[in-house]
Design a protein around this ligand. Structure first.
Ligand SMILES: [Zn+2]
Length: 250
């Protein structure tokens, strides 16, 4: 690559010296989230110039966020970021399946991103549905809920662990999904929050377990290439993200 092209890229992407420093990346995420919570937004990197220069020079995101598809949890907004700052992979329940893993592998192996945040959230309908159990009406939904079930089992929550209730047939997808609230027995134990946090930890582990690319990156002794994985839990009303908290499920 010519030095002119190299300097163009540097100018476009700005300071990328913190990209191989997980502490600095975490701080940047926390600072951005604080601005979002307190309504002191900077809205960085959203200019015409940023669009044009990343179109010409490609992308160099500093974090990968594996987040739920829930429309109340937009990662770019809750961390007050802009174009080409974060590589977002969204799927209901923020699960680590073949498609989400493949997308993340690209960001790690091709774009050189070394930091993953698996982000669960308050009131997650996908997790609530997995806790409620029952027989899903489509193969795709069955697949999605299967990925969340290990967290349900670990937290010993809801119908997902009750073999009899598990056989209950869903009426319709709309009926099962319209009410995200859980029964009293589930909410009393704080099941939805516990399972959601556990599910983020489970997905984080699955990324490394299912992908040799991510496993090797996580085990790298080269600080410039080493992959770091964190988890987060997003609060819908306050907008706050708690990082790396424990689920309490053993
Ligand atoms: Zn969700």
């Amino acid at each position: 690559m010519s030095s002119k092209k190299e300097s163009e890229k540097k100018k476009c992407w700005g300071d990328s010296s913190f990209h191989d420093d997980p502490k600095m990346i975490l701080k940047r995420l926390k600072d951005g989230n604080k601005r979002f919570v307190t309504n002191n937004l900077e809205r960085p990197n959203q200019s015409t110039q940023r669009r044009a220069c990343t179109a010409n020079n490609g992308q160099r995101p500093y974090v990968i966020v594996l987040s739920c598809a829930d429309s109340r949890v937009p990662p770019e907004l809750i961390f007050d970021t802009g174009i080409a700052d974060i590589f977002v992979v969204r799927v209901a329940g923020n699960i680590a399946n073949t498609s989400s893993i493949a997308s993340i592998e690209f960001a790690v192996a091709v774009l050189g991103c070394q930091f993953i945040l698996v982000l669960g959230h308050e009131g997650c309908g996908a997790v609530a549905t997995a806790i409620k159990g029952g027989e899903a009406p489509s193969e795709s939904l069955r697949h999605l809920l299967e990925e969340i079930k290990p967290a349900v089992k670990k937290c010993k929550c809801g119908n997902g662990i009750d073999e009899k209730k598990k056989k209950k047939k869903w009426k319709t997808l709309k009926d099962e999904c319209k009410n995200e609230a859980l029964s009293a027995e589930d909410t009393n134990a704080g099941c939805l929050t516990k399972v959601t946090i556990e599910n983020a930890h489970h997905a984080a582990k699955q990324l490394v377990k299912k992908s040799n690319i991510l496993k090797e990156a996580a085990a790298s002794t080269d600080i410039a290439k080493k992959l770091t994985i964190h988890t987060g839990f997003y609060h819908l009303a306050s907008g706050k993200v708690d990082f790396d908290i424990k689920s309490g499920c053993n």
